[in-house]
Structures are given as structure tokens and as C-alpha cells.
Design a protein around this ligand. Sequence first.
Ligand code: K7E
Ligand code: CUA
Length: 763
Amino acid sequence: MRKFAVKSTALLVAAGLGFGAASAWSAESLQDVMKRRNLSQQDLLAAAKTYVPTGKRDEFVVFSSGGQSGQIIVYGIPSMRILKYLAVFTPEPWQGYGYDENSKAVLNQGKIDGREITWGDTHHPAISETQGKYDGQFLFINDKANPRLAVIDLRDFETKQIVVNPIFKSEHGGAFVTPNTEYVIEGAQYPTPLENKKFYPLEEMNEKYRGGVTYWKFDRKEGRIDPKQSFSLELPPYSQDLSDAGKGPSDGWSFTNSFCSERYVGGIEKGRPPYEAGCSAKDTDYLHVINWKKAAELVAAGKAKTINGHKVLPIDVSVKEGVLFLVPEPKSPHGVDVTPDGKFIIVSGKLDTHTSVYSFDKIQAAIKAGKFESKDPYGVPVIGMTDALDKQVQLGLGPLHTQYDSKPCLAYTSLYVDSQVAKWNYCEGKVVDKISVHYNIGHLMAMEGDSADPKGRYLVALNKLAIDRFVPVGPLHPQNHQLIDISNDKMQLLYDMPLPLGEPHYAVSIAAEKLKPGVRYKVGTDSRTDKPHPGAVRAGEEHTDKKGNKITVYGTLIRSHITPETIEADVGDEVTIHLTNLERAQDETHGFTVSTYNVHGSIEPGKTITVKFKADKEGVYPYYCTEFCSALHLEMMGYLLVKPKGWKPTKTEMAKAGYTEADYKTTLKKVVDTQAVIDSVVGYITSVNFKDFPDVVAMVEDATDQLNKIKGAKEKHEAAAAKKDWEQANLWAEQVWQYQVKAADLGLRAKTYLEQNGAKKVK
Ligand code: K7E
Ligand code: CUA
């Protein structure tokens, strides 16, 4: 690093930029900047707390729901810099998601009744847990509108699976994982008949409509949900809302709240009072308390019925076997959040100023004693509210969601109506601090704040509206995520971040060091199945097959070359192109598209993808690499030639450039000079312990691949020169130089990496 700094100073001086120029900008002091930009001491403090200097990284990584985009937004804390959008339920062109066959296969899993659904209403992401702590291996998220759940593997941040809920028509209370990610919980929202495509009039809501909660079995080894091992509990037609899994002493249980337990049916056009009037008439709704461990045993013992091919435990069985109980909760409850120690369940009522702290011990005691105040209309035992409550705390107007601090007993609750965050102590039952946010806050999120091991430090307020916070961009505004410092007694607002991708409902964060994604695939991997791709080939094995009207290309990509460079088809042929990225160097992604055929792939090192289309129009269609991967990226191209029926060639030779012997000699000189550069770089790399750096080993492998190709090209230019064919001789000599340049580029990157990462001399 030091050496590099000295060098750049030398360069600056050489370029005529001495210290005179440097002092011109450093002359402006912090005070000057404060004055010029109208910043307060408090602003500077906030800036210092969020600024992540160039080259440094964030401490936490956030996975935020992307709302209606059907995607996930990944950003860093404290910088609030967006790192990536993860394609989940909707096509995403950059990642080729929905534009290559492999990712289409994932999206197709999300079809409902054969219909392609190209949007999603994502709400709640969840990180996989081990003993209630985030393990950074997998991510799950739900689609409320089209009841679906997706699995994202954090080894490569790619969506691997979408499952469609077999019995719900909407769902909200997912994704929430059990403490060892045995199950991913998904609760219904609006009651409907559970049988597929079954019609019952609204008058039969009480009899024929049902709610429910699904427990999707997660197979961690496969990294996939196993629908066959999954099941649901049939629930009364209340609108089930959010869920949370018990942990520690409450492990094995889960909690799902509800609204509209009135089972009210609106219909203002028929003169009935609207939903919002009828659905909030009663003072209480129900918290569903479910023993999922026992429910799973009952399902395994054959006590479930099958609806739409899915195992469903009927209400009467759940009641008889003692796996389902209800507890009243205040008016229109919303959040349900189990404390890190698993002892309490915190519920807020949107229309109640109290937040209710339920005791798991008390709930269990009531169940054991058979002490119930009543039964609901479906026979489900109702535990008396006072028999389950530990305490109620007055926090403010419109309390919604609760998150936890690293310090014991401290919680943060969002106050939607007050537009505030309340910091409070749930052991002592008192508010300790409040901070105003802009504007109506929905969820809030502390670092790992819904796990058994919260990390404290920062909190993000997920505000529903941004109103006038940002430079106006039209009537549709971005959402505002506000970063709050919670490391001290008083909360401090640090930063506003506009999020321009749907209404992001909830987010989860994880310590950055827990994420260890790979940088390359094993060569020939289908990243969507994690298996070897049948269309993968190694260098030198590229070929094109034609059978009838089907053309299959087995191609490769490596800087700055697509093999093959021409694909010939007859109009009407079905073209399948498999492409393997042979690179090993980090971040050497190539993209691939064919003009006007609406296909695109993002092919990271080692990955193999397939694009497929019907060459249904004659013509000439360039294909090319869409990532600026190298100096000769623009040359990374080829032609798809779609010939009309019965076409015959009239000209059989390409036009010539007219290269001479002198051109050939100049190229040879260039080759000799470049070899000297390569030799010196190789000399340096092999003089240090480069084998201790996997990234460098990968770059050296790539460079060696390039250099190994020189022999064949050299034989060709020498043979052509012997025949005095200077055109061919010069072009093949140029190709030798191409291989050298790519090898030298990798070598220089490896050298810089080694210098910056403290490589040591070896004898
Ligand atoms: Cu409160 Cu869908 Cu989690 Cu929005 S939900 S706020
Ligand atoms: Cu590969 Cu551009």
C-alpha cells in the first residue's frame, strides 16, 4: 500500500500537479464546509457515524423487502449504500432472471393454476437460524398477493425455489423461521375456501371460508423446501396476520395474531357498513397459540386430511389434541414478536395505545390447568386475557412492530400514528426514550433484532411515506428508511435513505462477517439447481449440433471471446445456446444476448446458462457480451445468421485487409515485448507465497489457460508465414498477442492484489 502511495504521488508530480494543487482543496477546513453547506455539529456527528470511507466495508448487511417489485433490496449499515437487488418473484434483466432457461425454471415454479405471475407483493424476509441465531445461510421471503414463498441461497444470493401455497389465496404472516429453520411459517391473510377453485357465496363465510397457517419443511442439506413434508393448520376464518416462532423455553410453539375476528363481511355497494367498520367493532381479536411440534407429529401419524394434495390438520383435530389455543388481544393487533429469551410475546394493537406483553409461562399454566374462559364458535379454547398477560404498557398511538436490543429487557416499538419509535423496558414496563421519524413508520428493524441474539447498535425505521423529504420525483415518492443510532441511552437520527423499489415492508439485518458468499462456481454449474449443467463444456470442447430443425450450441465465454463466433440457422429453427464462463478470476462476469430475441444471461465465473428461442425471422443478428469485462469487451461478439429457405452462397471468401510481411514482423516484435512483461510479472508472483491466496491462484489458473492457447496460434502463424500468406500469418500472430494481453492483465491484477495484501517473499 505504502509503495503504491509513493508511486501515485510521483505520478501526480510528473503530471504537473504538485503540492500547490493538493493544498488548494485541503485549504477548506471542516468549519468552512460546515458553513458553506449549513451543517450543524449534530449533522457532523451523524455524518461521522454513517460515513464508510472509500475501500472500507459496512458492519451489517440488510435484506429489505422490495415490496411490489417482488425483489429484495440489499444494503449496508451504517452507510445505507445499496449493494444489490435480488431477483425473486419477478424477472430481473441484469441477472438474466427470467431471460435464461435456468432462472425461468425457478420463476415457472411460481405459476399459479398454469398462469405466469410476473409481480409479487413481498413483505417479510427471514434469515435462516441455528438455535435462534442468524446463521447467514439462507433467506426466505413471502409474496402476500399470490401466496408464495421463495428460498434464496446466501452462498450466491440467488433465488433457488418458489413454492405456491396450495390452500391459501393470500398470505401475510410469513416468512418466519423456527429456531433451527426446521420450518418456515406462512400465515394466511384473508379467509377463503381452502379447496382450489371452489366457489361459496360470502353468506357462507362462517361455514365454508377458512384461514390457516402453513409450516413449510425446510431441508437444509438440499437447501430447498420439501412440500411433501409440509403441512398446514386449518384455522377459523379470522384474518390471520403476522406470526413468530417461539424460541428457548417456547421453542416448539408459534404465535399468529389476527384481525377481523368479527368475521364481518362488508359490501357498501349493497348498503352494508364497510369492512373497516365491521372488522374493528369488537374490543379484542385473537392471538393463535400453536404447538407446531405436536402438530407435526399428528400429521406424521396420519391425523391430517388432504386438501389440494396438501396435508391439513382440521380445527377439530387440533382442538381435541391440544395443539391450538386462542388468547384475546387488543383491537386490530398487528405485530407479534417473541422476546430474545423466548419468555414473552409482545403484541401491539393498531387501535389501542397499549402494547401487550404475554407470558409464555402463564399461557402454559392455563393450558395445563385447563383454565379457559370460553370457546370460540369453532370450539377452540380461549385463554382469558388476564390469565395470559404479564403486563400492558402505554407506548403511544398506533403501535405496530417490536424489535429487541442487545441489552436485556430493551425493546423498540414503531408508533405508526405518532410517527415515532418508542424505546422501552418490557421487564419494568416503562418507556425510556422516544424519537420522531418522518413519516408514518411501519416496521422497524434493529440489528439481528428479531433473533435470540440481537446485536443492538443501529435501528432502521421503515417509513411508509417520504412526503417532502427528498428532491421531488413526481407524484409517486420513494419510501424512506431512516437510520437511528441506538448505542446510547438517547436515540439519534443519523440518515435518510430513499428506497426506489416498491413499498418495502420489513427488513432483516445480519453482521456482515456472518455472510460468506462464494465468488465463483465450480466450472459448469447450473446455479439455479446447484447441479452440473448438462450443457456445460470445457475449453476446446465447444461444438454445435444440428438435428432436424433443432440447433444446439455448446459454447464458452472467456475474455474477450465467445465460442462460437457464428451460429448458422435456417429460418424456423429452434436454437438452444448453452454457455459456460471459463473464467476463474473474481468478478469476471460475462453477459450474453442475441439482438431482438429477448434473451439475456448473466454468466458469472464457472456458471453455465442456457438461452433458447425460435429463429423465426430471417436476417443477421449480432450477439455479444453485455458486461464491460475487458479492454476488448466490444469485440466479444458474434453473428447469428438466419438464412431464408433454399438460400445458396454466391461469394465464398471473406474480404481481405491486405497485410504484408512488414505488418507480420511488427506484430512479432509486439509479441516479444509483451512476453517480457509477462515474464517479469510471473517472476514476481512466483517469488512470493501466492499459493496462500485463493483469489490469486484462480487468476493464475486463468492466465495459464490463456498462455496455453498460444502454442496452437503460434503454429498457425508460422505455417502461414512459411507459405508467405501474410494475411493469415499476421492475424494468427495478433491472436497470440491477444492471449498474452489477457494473461498479462490477470498477472498484473494478481501482482497488485499480492502487494496490497501483504504477500511474503519465499526463498
Ligand atoms: Cu406491518 Cu405486511 Cu409486516 Cu407492512 S406489515 S407494516
Ligand atoms: Cu465479456 Cu464483455
